[in-house]
Design a protein around this ligand. Structure first.
Ligand code: HEC
Length: 143
């Protein structure tokens, strides 16, 4: 049986809609920098969002909104990878956040493990890939 023009027409629309869906998906990936940033670490977006909220409320006053450091307290180091935040093991930083340091107060004394993990994921997004790999190794050696 020969194809009717109606069948041909519907095939054409199927192709058009597939192309349309692909174009929308490509545009979403392109215009969604937040999703890409989280992909760099392979963490869920919600964790990164939780980290952002915690960081802005508790850390940015000293370490800067983009981790540039040296704000309310000029001794507060940059956390964006330009200084040496990425040389410390996670375990050491967890203790620092909970109990404070020399000048850093114990801002996270009531934070849950989940909140600490989220805030650390948040500033690690500013590090380069090599810095993250290095710091992961240091963390494994110092559990
Ligand atoms: C009142 C200012 C202040 C606040 C608020 C603060 N910090 Fe700090 N932070 C410092 C200072 C100062 C240091 C340097 C060590 C010291 O003196 O304790 C530091 C050190 C650090 C380091 C080590 C960096 C390095 O290069 O060695 C990390 C990581 C860090 N802070 C994360 C955080 C996080 C995460 C928060 C929020 C939960 C936070 N800090 C809130 C002042 C602050």
């Amino acid at each position: 049986m020969a194809k009717t023009s109606k069948q041909k027409q519907s095939k054409k629309y199927l192709w058009l809609s597939l192309v349309g869906v692909a174009a929308i998906a490509a545009a979403a990936v392109f215009f969604w920098p937040k999703a890409n940033t989280s992909n760099a670490q392979g963490v869920p977006d919600e964790q990164l969002l939780m980290g952002e909220t915690i960081f802005k409320a508790n850390c940015a006053s000293c370490h800067g909104l983009t981790g540039q450091g040296h704000q309310a307290i000029k001794e507060a180091p940059a956390l964006n990878g330009s200084e040496h935040s990425w040389h410390h093991a996670d375990s050491q930083i967890k203790t620092l956040i909970r109990t404070g340091g020399v000048k850093m107060p114990a801002v996270g004394k009531d934070f849950s493990d989940e909140e600490i993990a989220a805030v650390m994921v948040y500033y690690k997004q500013w590090w380069g890939k090599q810095q993250r790999i290095f710091q992961e190794k240091v963390s494994k050696q110092n559990p």
